[in-house]
Write a protein that binds this ligand. Sequence first.
Ligand SMILES: CCC/C=C/C=C/C(=O)SCCNC(=O)CCNC(=O)[C@H](O)C(C)(C)COP(=O)(O)OP(=O)(O)OC[C@H]1O[C@@H](n2cnc3c(N)ncnc32)[C@H](O)[C@@H]1OP(=O)(O)O
Ligand code: NDP
Length: 323
Amino acid sequence: LTLLSQQFSQTESWFHRSAGLQSGSAPHSQLFPPAEGVMLPPESFKNRVVFITGGGTGLGRAMATVLSQLGAQCVIASRKLDVLQQTAEDICSRTGNKVHALQCDVRDPQAVSHCVDQMTSLTGLPDVIINNAAGNFICPSERLSPNAWKSITDIVLNGTAFVTLELGKRLIQDQRGASFLAITTIYAESGSGFVAPSASAKAGVEALYKSLAAEWGRYGHRFNIIQPGPIKTKGAFSRLDPTGKFEKGMIDRIPTGRLGTPAELANLAAYLSSDYASWISGAVMRFDGGEYVSMAGEFNDLRRVTPDQWKMMEAMIRSTKGS
Ligand SMILES: CCC/C=C/C=C/C(=O)SCCNC(=O)CCNC(=O)[C@H](O)C(C)(C)COP(=O)(O)OP(=O)(O)OC[C@H]1O[C@@H](n2cnc3c(N)ncnc32)[C@H](O)[C@@H]1OP(=O)(O)O
Ligand SMILES: NC(=O)C1=CN([C@@H]2O[C@H](COP(=O)(O)OP(=O)(O)OC[C@H]3O[C@@H](n4cnc5c(N)ncnc54)[C@H](OP(=O)(O)O)[C@@H]3O)[C@@H](O)[C@H]2O)C=CC1
């Protein structure tokens, strides 16, 4: 037993040394290749208008691209008009479908109302609303100023509420149904250190969407939520992993051994916003390659224990007599 214990402490230090040393995607991620093509049948969104906040970059851009490929007329809105216009031109030249760019700071309810006025004249009210705009940065909470807190929660929680209420009221007035989708994240459920404003605001968005799923079904409105895990976009990774040192750790935690891709997220968003999902409302779809459950289970790190180490441990456990 003493020998086994000694051997185990050697292998235990191996275990600690080797944790997190992997770089890039894990070899087994080849068993989970991302399918990058468009999943739904062509023209699934023909004659549909889709409104996407933060649609000029990252995941918003990817969702606009897929929905446009599926026949939607997209309206993308955020603060930077030049970025939006470039994205709109790029997507339109690829898909042949119109993409409109509208400047809108979602923190400002009057700007939101003005944006909806503009959209109404361009395309009419939307059939699909995707609340995707967000702000975030890693920061120890004791370093946050009141304005830092406000800058994130205003974009994420208030911005989503202003967009949803403005469009919801107008759709109700016109007796029009719609699908609302919010992009939150896995830590909306657990909370997370170093991104407390984002975690608090995303949790609030989830409460809002679940509440409205219950309340506004009678108006023909569905509300769903996607909680992504890490997907490499410039907007997110420049603020959450500025040195690039955390990415390996993320990949190590993800059972499928890789980050998600924007195209995968866009296919899921398209499905949840489509008629194929017309009985799905109030759903929270975790989209993270298994990262959340992987972080939650007390003994999940035992994945790193080798068969030889298991042999040793089993012998130690079996040799124990009594309690
Ligand atoms: C990995 C899996 C989970 C991942 C989840 C990902 C979630 C995401 O949301 S990723 C999306 C990331 N994208 C963005 O954040 C895009 C938009 N972001 C921004 O525009 C800015 O980063 C910001 C959110 C700061 C808003 O910009 P704005 O111009 O409105 O704000 P500022 O005037 O620059 O700053 C407002 C106050 O915040 C303080 N502040 C800014 N950066 C930091 C920082 N890194 N650390 C601490 N504090 C910061 C800034 O000083 C201002 O406060 P004050 O000085 O008191 O006035
Ligand atoms: N990438 C990831 O790993 C993950 C991302 N997410 C979520 O996915 C969504 C997209 O993130 P991602 O694409 O990665 O990052 P981006 O930074 O590319 O996207 C954020 C978008 O929000 C827009 N935005 C920010 N502030 C405002 C504002 N006040 N009014 C209007 N629009 C605003 C930005 O445009 P502009 O600057 O022009 O205003 C930008 O297009 C976010 O909700 C994020 O929380 C969730 C989990 C993981």
